[in-house]
Design a protein around this ligand. Structure first.
Ligand SMILES: NC(=O)c1ccc[n+]([C@@H]2O[C@H](COP(=O)([O-])OP(=O)(O)OC[C@H]3O[C@@H](n4cnc5c(N)ncnc54)[C@H](OP(=O)(O)O)[C@@H]3O)[C@@H](O)[C@H]2O)c1
Length: 302
């Protein structure tokens, strides 16, 4: 992959959420190939280990350590970050890659709607937990949040983030969560201004990965539709490695050092939607997220 060519990450530690599938696998591959120690997080340790073994069999040189992390479970996030801080440095690179798309209405262990709960609340809690040790490094560190162009169809309902009092929309919820990723990244960039931590967010392109599982379902008809879409849209699809290239650019490109908070598409800085540049909303969403997390964590004695 061009984005990682000539980059030496020896001595660095990276965390990649959802490292067991799709774009995540190729992100782990690229970072570990450049010599980073990579903590591959996965809901299923078995699935993560399978990928780690394959990458090692492919000759990837950096250490790949698999750790269990379920972003739809605040106890799992706290368990992970506590152990991480005791055992590892930084991380130098925190890649918020995991995501769920357009699933039917369902809830995380803590009662958050699944898409905003996983894509936004889970990653927010993880970043909040790891940020102090990233800052303590005092050397350049980056947070990279994988958002989506789908943020353009999202809007934030601060009063009802979890669809408790409005009709659920699987795509509306995905758009809301991906818009939240950009707003939080911009607010975090503001809050870390002048520090060693830089923050980026991005659209990876359109890639045929298991992300679409809820769109097509598991029936024969769903599989047939998926195949047809795959054939018709083939010229526009990127490979998972091409999809990961924008995450890797965000993680390592020296050209971005002075541009914390930007949104990338095809490895280039692009303007996200107007809603994604609303810094008043970013601050309100940040405060609301902190409040809801504090309430949920109090119930769990975290
Ligand atoms: N593919 C695209 O065209 C596209 C376009 C725009 C944006 N994106 C974004 O790119 C990112 C990666 O997606 P992908 O295409 O590589 O999809 P993918 O292959 O389905 O990977 C998603 C990853 O997220 C993990 N995940 C889901 N729920 C989780 C949870 N509760 N806790 C921890 N991990 C969880 C999945 O774990 P399991 O394997 O256990 O389910 C998987 O490892 C996502 O954030 C997605 O929104 C993708």
């Amino acid at each position: 992959m061009d984005a990682i060519e000539g980059v030496d990450l020896t001595g660095k530690t990276s965390v990649v959420t959802g490292g067991n599938s799709g774009i995540g696998v190729e992100t782990v591959r690229a970072l570990a190939s450049a010599g980073s120690r990579v903590i591959l997080t996965s809901r299923s340790v078995e699935a993560g280990e399978k990928v780690a073994q394959q990458l090692k069999a492919d000759g990837v040189k950096g250490d790949i350590i698999v750790k269990q992390l379920d972003l739809a479970d605040l106890q799992s996030i706290r368990r992970f970050s506590k152990a991480f801080k005791a055992e590892e440095r930084g991380p130098d690179l925190l890649i918020l890659n995991a995501g769920v798309m357009a699933c039917p209405l369902s809830h995380t262990k803590d009662g958050f709607e699944m898409q905003i709960g996983t894509n936004h609340f889970g990653h927010f809690a993880l970043t909040r937990d790891l940020l102090p040790s990233m800052k303590a490094l005092k050397t350049p560190a980056r947070v990279v949040a994988v958002s989506s162009r789908a943020h353009e169809m999202g809007s934030i309902s601060l009063e009802d983030l979890h669809y408790r009092n409005r009709a659920y929309s699987a795509w509306g919820s995905y758009g809301q969560s991906k818009l939240a990723n950009i707003l939080v990244a911009k607010e975090l960039a503001k809050r870390t201004e002048g520090s060693n931590v830089k923050v980026y967010t991005l659209h990876p392109g359109v890639i045929n990965t298991p992300l679409g599982r809820h769109v097509y379902g598991e029936s024969y008809l769903g599989s047939a539709v998926k195949l047809a879409v795959g054939i018709l849209a083939w010229p526009w699809f990127k490979s998972p490695a091409q999809g990961a290239a924008t995450s890797i650019t965000a993680a390592v490109s020296p050209d971005l050092e002075a541009h914390s908070g930007v949104y990338l598409h095809d490895s280039q800085i692009k303007e996200p939607s107007k809603s994604a540049q609303d810094m008043e909303m970013a601050a309100e969403l940040w405060a609301e997220t902190e409040k809801q997390l504090a309430e949920a964590e109090k119930k769990l004695n975290l």
